[in-house]
Each structure stands twice: as structure tokens, then as C-alpha cells.
Design a protein. Sequence first.
Length: 395
Amino acid sequence: MIMDFFKRGAVDEAPETKASATGPVVAFQGAGRVAWTPRDTVSLTRIGFAGNPVGFRCVKLISEAAASLPLILQDRVQRYEVHPVMDLVQRPNPAQGRAELFEALYAQMLLAGNGYIEAVGGEEGVPLELHVLRSDRMSLVPGSDGWPVAYDYSVNGRKHRFDVSGALSQICHIRNFHPQDDHYGFSPMQAAAQAVDVHNSASRWSKALLDNAARPSGAIVYKGADGQGSLAPDQYDRLVNEMESYHQGARNAGRPMLLEGGLDWKPMGFSPSDMEFQKTKESAAREIALAFGVPPMMLGLPGDATYANYQEANRAFYRLTVLPLVQKVTARVADWLSGYVSERLDLRPDLDQIAALSSEREAQWRRVSDADFLTDAEKRQMLGLPALEDGQDAG
């Protein structure tokens, strides 16, 4: 039955069954390998997220913090406690809850610069399910006017096309600003790519040093009795084999070296540039954190005193990094879902329930409440509350 997905003109036997259109494609994913460019999404994800602890922690920290923020749904006149859109956001699909769906979406935007949400069903109202699609498998198909008319989702040569030329789009595309691309976003991981390479190279250098018993290498100098400075070919090969077998690697650390006549060991110390190598690694780690907007203090990086304390750094992290991302994504999702329900909705984070911003919100509520020159409607607008209906009590 899954292969019917790829047959032209196939008819669903149970149209009332809801399922992601990309499910059959993912089910046939094999172990095929594709040649990628060094700065593509897959390579950057493997090197900067799966292979770098700083990049991994930055993405996890931002995506988990952003996904954990409570959301509110309202229109111009009321805030909804119960609404079909809110029910969909809280339980987007059987396999994910709200936090899991948005964590995947935020992580895709941080790693690839693009986030894609698929709506399943919803021809006559609110979609039945929402699914986050992988950005590296999605490609945009522009029309003659440059605007997207379709999206292709490809896995191992199999492709499914989402037509978005109609009034309601099945795909919600959220992207970061990219100054040189009209269709795809620019990710923080791309900006941090050079710093990631430096940090990974420094880690490999440290590993190689540890494998050599944490000592710099040296040189074996040969000087024969007659002043000759070169070994015979068979002597040279035997010396190389003995060094590889008995004196290289961590398992041979500390083993004394027995040198025959004419051979002398000359140890080499660390140069000043070697001694500065650790600082280079720490500088690269701070650059990665800077690209993602995470205060280095929150990552435990040494040598950073930008913020007076951790609480101040955490507040700046939420105010400058997490909130702008969440507000951008939720506004786009609300605008997209509003087309399904034919009413203008506003989905936003509930600032009053964010612990890191509690002191700021308390001060703002106090200032607005004490402003006698403002009307109740103006105060509610400043606090992000919906307007009151005629005759409704402000209390």
C-alpha cells in the first residue's frame, strides 16, 4: 500500500485517515550516501552540531528554551482558553506534543536557516495534524513571477511535491533573513562555520597530543663514528618499525627508549604558538556562542566577563535571542493557520509566565498601572491584552 504513494493516479482507499504525506517517503529511506558541499546543511549539522559540543549546546539551549515558553491565542477582542487552533498547537500530531514540535522547528531554523511545517487535512477547517519537515530534504520551486508555487520533498531519489499555488498552502515556510538569497534563509551555523572548523581542529590536535603521552615529539639524531650522518636503508627501516611498534601511541607512554651507538634523542619543547593553542580554541568557542546569540557565561566558557552574573546573562539570553525567535515563528504560524479558520488570530508567548523576565514584567505592570493619563484601553494594549468589548468591565 505504501508504494501506491508513488503511482500516478493512485486513489486513497480511506480518505478520512489522516497521515503525513511524507511518511511513505521517509519509510523507504535507505543508507545511500550523497556527495555534499562543505557548507551544505547536512555537513554543517554533522560537523557543527553532532561533532561539536559548543554548537550542540547552543542549538539545544535555544530550541529547548524557546519550545518551553507557554503560548497564548487571542484576537482583537478576547483571549481564548479553548479554541480549535489552540488544541492543534497543543497536540499537533500523535507522535509529538507542542514542545517537541516547536523544538524540532526551532532547531531546523538554527541549523539550516529554514523551517517547514506540513498541514495534514484541513480542507474544511483547522488542519488535523502538523508535522515539521527536514529542511535539507526540501527544495522550493519558484514560479514565473519568482514566488514559490510548490515545494519538493526528496529522499533517496523519491520525491513528493506540495502544491502551494492555491489559496491555502499546505506548507508553512519560515526562514531567517538572507541578504543574498530570495528563497532560503541564512542559519547561525553557517556564520559560525569557520569558528567550528577551528574548534574541531584544536580538539583533534589535543587528542593527537594525548595519544603521544601529552608530550611534544622529538628527533633522533644519528652520527656515526666516522662522522657519517645517514643510516643505511635497512637500518632506517628497522628504526622506523621499532618506533612505531614500541614508542608511539598511548599504550607505550613512558616506555624507555633504548638507542644503539650513534643515535641520540633530542626532545622538542612547546613553542610559544603551541602554548597559545588553547586560547585559540576558547576564542573559537566564544565566536560560536556569539553567532547563536548565547552568552558564553551560560556555556561555562572561561575568560568571559560580559555580564555581572548568571542571572543577568540568562535575562539577556531570553530577551535578545529566545523571544525574537519565538515571536517571529509564532506570528508566522498564526498568520498561516488564520487562513484555515478565516479569522485573524494572534499566537504569541505569554511574557508573564517567563521566569527569567519576571522582574521586567513586574516593573512594566507597575508603571502602566500607575500611569493615570492612560485609558484602560491604552493600558491593555501596552500590556499585550485584547481590547474590551463595549460595556465589559476592565477589572
